[in-house]
Design a protein around this ligand. Structure first.
Ligand code: GLU
Length: 498
């Protein structure tokens, strides 16, 4: 197979959405799987839509996800705007070949034509039918055209789209197709500001950057025939194409949008975006490995059926031919499940910094203790943000108690608490390695003797230690906080109910 070179080609028009990030990931996986090159090209030809900080955000997001960019020239030539002259020269080449032309129609004139057509329920197209009646280098004399261009009159360059030509397309995911070129309009290649349009710059760059496979979102599928025609106009071999399936809102209705994500309370951006209120996946406690793993499942499954995979495994098992064309619904619950599996697999030391970043600033904890606590609860954490809620009772006595649970303990609670407090006091002096086990044994033995259900005794104890019915195994809590703390928490609950 010839050299594999793929590119991720975002436009810096805002923060990178999970849809774009998934496109980057599939490009990355495909490149790495085939010992190829992963390029990033910033498609910044639409200066009106450019948003400050977006390019930086894109690179930071890729970096956070561990997608190492192989090619991005230091002289900023990854930006299309730096190659304006090249595209203009390429447009002139096509004009010379008679495959493109200058057009001088003003925006107002075109708007008038659009409106007139609409009255008759028609859509105006600048194409083989209409171009002969419009103001362009096909209808004007050479002298007129040179004088207009010479005087700096505004113009665009349009593609002379052939009429009645069968354009064959081939997509690695969707198979073969064919389109009649007559339905495509004469697309603008160079805009009035001298900048190329997306289509033109995209095709030229893909050729010049020797891109072997164009892997991009399904929304670009309608442009494929035009792109093929442009490759043919230049007599270039087109790359191979793969259009990835859409990512839909959780209910399957419409493309996944920030608006619906905001409503349902989940992020769609990898990182916090200063201008938006929605947090990024990072700030919502997701591990990049989990996000990658989940994103890979949006349109692709491993042949092995394995669901939880790190980047290396994803690379090894990724195959473009296993990507499906059917759209995938975004499933936040599943993403949390995947995240929980990755948290469980991550070494405690690695989790530590991320976890404490979510702890209240006022709480400083000894690292050794925090590491033990992380280990004790990590299987229960769906996100990194969950750790504080899952561990705080290991460090601090509860401030409130679950009143319903207290009620359910009936009047025996006073007796139970008195007794286990007495047992705990007794255990204080004789600390041993298995003190937690002994203490609990003693509590249970007493309960059995006095006809009190084990569940009741344990509930009373849990309420004192945690404040509610949640939490890890009681024995683990007792051995983590120590018997003196057990005594003081029992006393606190006694005080609360008396
Ligand atoms: N700039 C386009 C985008 O933001 C790239 C499309 C392509 O990959 O060809 O989606």
């Amino acid at each position: 197979m010839s050299e594999i070179r793929v590119r991720f080609a975002p436009s810096p028009t805002g923060p990178l959405h999970i849809g774009g990030l998934r496109t980057a990931l599939f490009n990355y996986l495909f490149a790495k799987k085939n010992n190829g090159t992963f390029l990033v090209r910033i498609e910044d030809t639409d200066k009106k839509r450019e948003v400050a900080g977006a390019e930086d955000y894109i690179f930071k997001s890729l970096d956070w996800c561990g997608m190492k960019v192989d090619e991005k020239n230091p002289d900023n030539s990854h930006r299309q705007s730096s190659r304006k002259k090249l595209y203009q020269a390429k447009a002139k080449e096509l004009i010379k070949k008679g495959m493109a032309y200058y057009a001088f129609d003003s925006e107002q004139e075109l708007q008038r034509l659009r409106e007139e057509n609409l009255v008759n329920k028609k859509i105006f197209m600048y194409n083989w039918k209409t171009r002969k009646k419009l103001k362009n280098s096909l209808t004007m004399s050479k002298e007129e055209v040179s004088s207009m261009v010479g005087q700096g009159k505004p113009f665009v360059v349009r593609f002379l789209c052939p009429q009645d030509k069968k354009v064959d397309t081939n997509d690695l995911i969707r198979g073969k197709g064919s389109i009649d070129s007559s339905i495509i309009d004469d697309k603008v290649l160079i805009k009035a500001d001298g900048m190329p349009t997306y289509h033109f710059a995209n095709v030229i760059d893909d050729n010049m950057m020797r891109i072997s496979h164009v892997i991009r979102g399904e929304e670009w599928l309608p442009s494929l025939a035009l792109h093929i025609l442009l490759y043919q106009a230049f007599e270039w071999d087109p790359p191979k194409f793969a259009h990835l399936p859409l990512i839909l809102n959780p209910n399957g209705k419409g493309k996944l949008s920030k608006r619906s994500a905001d409503k349902s309370g989940f992020p769609v951006f990898p990182l916090n975006w200063k201008k938006e209120k929605t947090l990024g996946f990072k700030e919502s406690g997701f591990l990049p490995a989990a996000l990658n793993n989940y994103m890979a499942s949006l349109g692709w499954t491993a042949e092995s059926g394995k669901e939880i995979m790190g980047m290396d495994e994803l690379i090894k098992s990724f195959k473009l031919e296993n990507v499906v064309s059917a759209a995938a619904n975004f499933d936040f619950k599943r993403l949390k499940w995947v995240n929980q599996k990755h948290i469980t697999k991550t070494p405690d030391e690695e989790l530590f910094n991320q976890v404490v970043a979510f702890f209240p600033k006022t709480k400083t904890l000894a690292k050794t203790q925090a590491l033990i606590a992380i280990n004790l609860v990590k299987e229960r954490a769906e996100t990194i943000c969950d750790f504080w809620g899952l561990t705080k009772y290991l460090f601090y006595a509860p401030e409130t108690f679950d009143e319903n649970a207290i009620l359910r303990l009936s009047k025996e609670k006073i007796l139970i608490l008195d007794q286990i407090k007495r047992i705990a006091d007794g255990a204080r002096g004789k600390q041993s390695l298995d003190f937690a086990e002994r203490f609990l044994d003693d509590c249970l033995v007493w309960g059995n003797k006095n006809n009190i259900k084990t569940a009741k005794t344990m509930t009373a104890l849990r309420l004192a230690l945690v404040g509610g019915l949640q939490g890890i195994e009681i024995k683990k809590i007792v051995s983590f906080i120590g018997i003196s703390e057990v005594c003081s928490r029992l006393e606190k609950l006694q005080g609360h109910i008396s």
